[in-house]
Design a protein around this ligand. Sequence first.
Ligand code: EPU
Length: 342
Amino acid sequence: MSPAPTLEANVSLRPYNTFGLEVTARWFARFASVEELRALLALPQVQAAEKLVLGGGSNLLFTRNFEGVVLKNEIRGLEIVDQDEETALVRAGAGESWHGLVQYALGQELSGIENLSLIPGTVGAAPLQNIGAYGAELKDTFEQLEALELSTGRLRTFLGPECGFGYRESVFKGPLKNQFIVTNVLLRLHKQGRPNVRYGDIQTTLQDMGIEGDPTPLHISEAVSSIRRSKLPDPAQIGNAGSFFKNPEISQAKFDELKAQFEGLPGYPVPGGVKVPAAWLIEQCGWKGQRRGPHGVHDRQALVLVNHGGAQGQDIRDLAYEIIASVREKFGIELHPEVNIM
Ligand code: EPU
């Protein structure tokens, strides 16, 4: 029997959001198992309240206090549950840190998620936006997840195709938003390293590191970590939520038209058009490194909004809207936040 769940009132969320914003939750509780989660959901205050499940709080911008109940997912566990000659199936509790899972895989000499090293946040949050970086996405190794349905308390298994994964998208952000709480995730990892060095920066970093021949998953993890550290602010030092906006996709015709006007415009072909880096558009509008008192735009990655200390969520949101308006005016392109604005 697990102990009865405790609800705390008026809890500061500052330690639980990587922007480091000083907001409070009306109610706050942690759960470390499905049973504890069910017990919490049975409490009258929890049933009546708006619910927010927190993983690492690394993709959230709070613009005000949260008047409902914050449920902090602390379901742990990392294990190999099945394997064959080539692959191993790893199950991870949703409350594990994502990078902890990457390190576990490296320790087991399994490859597939090393390109996703150092992404902040938890395992349970990873499928919601199909986390991706340096040429890899969660969906590439994803096997299935288990999630608890809020309305029934029942566990349901979702296989890859049922998750509707796209670029920073899944059904859990779309039609099933706020209906399920992820409890664990299963990934199919490989025993023989298949290095994924498509992303140009990885190759140059490996060269700088003096790695010749086929890099191991550990080499790739080190290269990715070094690239991330050089561009992205560490939330422990400067509040941020990684990329604030998604990279927009535009039609080939629109791209050609802009390219004639802005020669340096980068673009990557995707089905149905061209993806352009939002960071480039934002930098061209003069935002990179700008500060508005305690908040601003990171000086090494224009896609990242930062809290240098003491910023208000509304101010960061207003800055985001100003950036969106200036990119729209200069390029006729609409940027969309990647971060969940609460
Ligand atoms: N660029 C600029 N100015 C900048 C930064 C970048 O012009 O300040 C241009 C350059 O042309 C550069 C291109 O943007 O070549 C791409 O930059 P980068 O490699 O840094 O990647 P990104 O497209 O800005 C995306 C993800 C990141 C991920 C990196 C690496 C999104 C929204 N962001 O950023 O993900 O780490 O690629 O794969 O897709 C996150 O989601 O929080 C995140 C950090």
